[in-house]
Design a protein around this ligand. Sequence first.
Ligand SMILES: *Cc1c(COP(=O)(O)O)cnc(C)c1O
Length: 503
Amino acid sequence: MAGNYHSTRGMDDVVDAKAAILEGLAKDGGLFVSDEVLEERLDLDALGLEASSTVDYLTHARQVLSLLIPAYTPEEIYRAVAAAYGESFSDPAITPLTPFGDDWRLELFHGPTCAFKDVALQMLPRLVEIALATSAAAREGERVLILTATSGDTGKAALAGFADVDRTGIVVFYPEGLVSDVQRLQMVTQPGKNVGVTAIAGTFDDSQTAVKRVFADRALEARLAARGIVLSSANSINVGRLVPQVVYYVDAWCQLVRAGKIERTEAVDFFVPTGNFGDILAGYLAKRLGLPVGRLCICSNANDVLVDFLATGVYDRRREFKKSISPSMDILVSSNLERLLYFESDGDCELVARLMADLAEKGCYTVPERVMARIRETFTAGRADDDATRAAIKRAWEEDGILIDPHTGVGASVLAASEPEGRARVLLSTASPFKFPADVLRALGAPEERSGFAAMDALARLTGQEPPAQLAALIDAPVRFDGTIAPDDAVSFVEAEAERLLS
Ligand SMILES: *Cc1c(COP(=O)(O)O)cnc(C)c1O
């Protein structure tokens, strides 16, 4: 069964990595996991440490992917890695590590949409494309329609990744009036003949509910299947989004070794701004594969359900949802925690299924103490509300001359409040500050600007830094999608889009 994937909730449905990536979610509602990751198989001596940073990143990506998704041949992985991490990243190191006071900052925002989700969403479409062409799980001529609800960052990163990819189409729903100006323009100006975007009259939860309703519509599924179209998702439950994120943990450790900052035997602590638990879970997988990782610190905003969970062992989503200045972390149900529960219970599918049923029925679950003890061996947690986040943004700018976005600001605040344990500490920096210029300006104490572009200009003037070209260029980009639909019209909208994008 080498390299095979099954659900966190049972062993019935065993598939290879290609099928897991095409299917997205297991049939019983669980997430796909592979027990292979429980073995330390990363060969630290074989990691590239000598070549240029780009060559090293590609080498690490190939090593990690071939360990985690072995259904892909070395040649297929080579092709996917080369296509994902080329011209579209503005820094030759892909994810450069730079000093941050006495600590380090891993810059994950140099991709085409200026958020860390690019690292995975530049790769996922290549993996889908290859699986469609080569997997036994894909029928002859099958095409995939990707559906994504977004609170801001995922939508654009998925659009940029899937635009004009053969045999795929993508439809994105965003909540009308609830994403930043810059985020909205990024989506509605997206070029490509296989892309569609619409606002939904409602909140992010309404968009997500609408997407779930489309997925659950068996009549629609049959009508699409008759035309050779299957639906899939680009959110972080997909194995194909998780695996590429393991790479930058390995690469960050290698950058420290290469720069002579740590020995090959030394472990590193990572501080991770967290929402759906995908990014930090990738760090855990890197550790289980054998990377010297000390602690993984969950950094939460005011939606601090994970901080309470780590302290008490009770995951309780029955609380007020708080809108923060780090919107991509405004999440009460961190889906990927399910995978951690599976691994730290030594693969107890029954336990995981029971906990997830409790979550669905009661809105909370309690994890056995022996599992919590294991989780606490690796994970710590801290929170930062909006005021603490603004203070961290201001401090980073005034003391170190480093401009950070509000998501990174949450991590910086938690990092500053944590007692060092003698290991090198790396803060994951998840977005460009120019994606959230109005909130960053306010944190720096500058007068507020209402429009996104005025704020971008003001931030550039105040700091002397240039906005990323792809954000500045939005001001001239033609708007292609200006529609809004009611949540109830999602099914008919998707069916029409399937016709428009895939026929
Ligand atoms: C998605 C996102 C996060 C949270 O990552 P998860 O994998 O959901 O925990 C943090 N920062 C930014 C900028 C994001 O877009």
